[in-house]
Design a protein around this ligand. Structure first.
Ligand code: UDP
Length: 499
């Protein structure tokens, strides 16, 4: 929906939480709204602005090359200082926090961001705002936006399935009920009232008795999201139709599904490039390495930006990749993983030889162009922690997954991928966010076997399901697709509010 002649275009303020997995989809989402004629501002701090600037520049270039009227700078990033809370100068998001004191300081900074958010909304003369898309983790933004008469739309960057599971866990948590097996981590817990039978091990969910603060925080987030104007999801209708219905009808919540927001032609994200039109040498190296591999032959391994692994886990993973006999591209250098033990502490004998000359494998110690990698014809499978962005990017590329969740929504996302969508196989991870040293160790043979279930001769069904779903995902954001329609409807509704 483009702006008409009388009305200035819709102006949406996007306010992402400070973590790459939240910033990236917000920048990609702003690009989708800008392509439909909205003016978008992303409010964030300097280091976080640098992560999304290449994607924003690329989206603006793409808009102007399409000749869309007056959209050369349709997306602006407004940079505000990171609050001075005693964190080191370059630490402005979740990836650089090393201990509990850092985490507490970071939480204080998150609260202090209310001031620049307020200021932006107060300046109605310079930038009147029609709506705010604010991260659910800024739960205070509901009240702040309401004080300025601006509708707040919540965004949490997870699946509707995971949100529905969390919602029931917060309202009727079966783990609160006294039960004979309450101390058995392997006991199964059923989440009631969902469209499917959803069952997880106790150890795969936060325990309300041991982690009351985590549960209390999720409760506030869930309540504030319900007080919002509505919620946007980086998802699409055909991916989880029963949960769209559940959310709207059973829970009575207003949602717009606008994804998948990531596009391979826009993947300049977080690469640290100064130019938006070139890839870093390392990123380029990944793609050239893939070019030399046969179609469907490579397993891509990445656990996002926040997951950490013990040396024992890394060693088993390396052995598993070796045993699998497949080509592998393993990204080990982002986020907390950079703080992992040096390779001498985990690399098994013979592994360095597999990497020599890139014969069998490539280890990337930096930022990889994930969306481009997933869309490369050489890709045959993705070993993932089930961060929602990664899952949806794999779904969109039609790539089947080997799932190894760690915390947050990841165990729920695994259920969706493996049991409902049947586009992946699990390695059988059991431990939700417990200290990595106490993780039940997943052996190399299990990892190899899981990769085989997705990429081997018996993986035909999983692979064809993934291909079919990929086509639906790509169709959802095209003109006439369900997400294209939801974006149009939301924009029309916000425009209508003006009068
Ligand atoms: N990502 C990337 N290159 C990397 C590491 C991560 O492009 O080397 C992107 C990935 O494509 C995804 C995001 O970072 O869009 C990670 O989000 P996700 O929800 O998968 O995981 P999180 O990091 O939040 O746990």
């Amino acid at each position: 929906m483009a702006a008409n002649d009388e009305q200035p275009p819709l102006h949406i303020l996007f306010f992402p939480f400070l973590a790459p997995g939240h910033l990236i989809p917000i920048a990609d989402m702003a690009a989708l709204f800008a392509a439909r004629g909205a003016r978008c501002t992303i409010l964030t701090t300097p280091v976080n602005a640098a992560i999304i600037r290449p994607a924003v520049d690329r989206a603006n270039e793409s808009n102007s090359s399409r000749g869309t009227k007056d959209t050369t700078h349709a997306i602006k990033i407004t940079v505000v200082p990171f609050p001075d809370v005693g964190l080191p100068p370059s630490v402005e998001n979740g990836t650089g926090l090393t201990d509990q004191a850092d985490r507490e300081n970071f939480s204080r900074a998150i609260q202090l961001l209310r001031e620049p958010f307020d200021q932006f909304l107060s300046d109605k003369h310079n930038h009147p705002v029609d709506a705010v898309v604010a991260d659910s983790h800024f739960q205070w933004s509901v009240e702040a936006a309401a004080a300025h008469g601006v509708p707040r739309i919540a965004f949490l960057g997870t699946s509707m399935f995971a949100r529905a599971c969390t919602d029931i866990m917060l309202r009727e948590n079966p783990m609160m009920e006294p039960s004979p097996d309450q101390d058995d981590p392997d006991a199964m817990v059923i989440l009631p009232g969902l469209p499917h039978r959803v069952e997880l091990r106790r150890s795969q969910m936060p325990d309300p008795r041991k982690q009351p603060k985590v549960i209390a925080f999720f409760k506030v987030v869930n309540e504030e999201d319900q007080r919002s104007y509505g919620e946007v999801f980086n998802s699409f209708h055909d991916l989880e139709p029963d949960y769209v219905e559940h959310y709207q009808t059973t829970l009575g919540r207003r949602v717009w599904l606008v994804g998948p927001v990531a596009r391979p032609d826009m993947d300049a994200r977080g690469s640290g490039n100064t130019s938006s039109s070139t890839l870093s040498a390392e990123a380029d190296g990944c793609l050239r390495w893939l070019d030399a591999k046969p179609a469907g032959s490579v397993v891509y391994v990445s656990f996002g930006t926040l997951s950490n692994f013990s040396p024992d886990e890394l060693r088993e993973l390396a052995r598993g990749l070796d045993l699998s006999g497949r080509y592998f591209l393993w990204v080990i250098g982002t986020g907390a993983i950079t703080n992992a033990a040096p390779s001498s502490e985990w690399m098994p004998d013979g592994f360095a030889e597999l990497l020599a000359g890139g014969e069998r494998g490539l280890l990337v110690q930096g930022w990889a162009p994930q969306v481009l990698i997933l869309n490369h014809p050489a890709l045959g499978g993705f070993l993932t922690h089930c961060g929602w962005n990664s899952v949806l990017e794999a779904v969109t590329a039609g790539v089947p997954m080997v799932t190894w969740p760690r915390f947050g929504d990841q165990f729920f996302n695994e259920k969706l991928v493996v049991e409902l969508l049947k586009v992946g196989a699990s390695v059988g991870a059991k431990d939700y966010a417990s200290a990595i040293e106490t993780h039940h160790l997943i052996g190399a043979e299990v990892i190899t076997e899981s990769i085989g279930r997705v990429m081997g001769i018996n993986g035909d069904t999983i692979r064809s399901n993934a291909k079919e779903l990929g086509a639906k995902a790509r169709g959802a954001v095209e003109n006439g697709g369900s997400s294209y329609g939801d974006i149009g409807r939301l924009m029309e509704e916000l425009m209508a509010r003006r009068s």
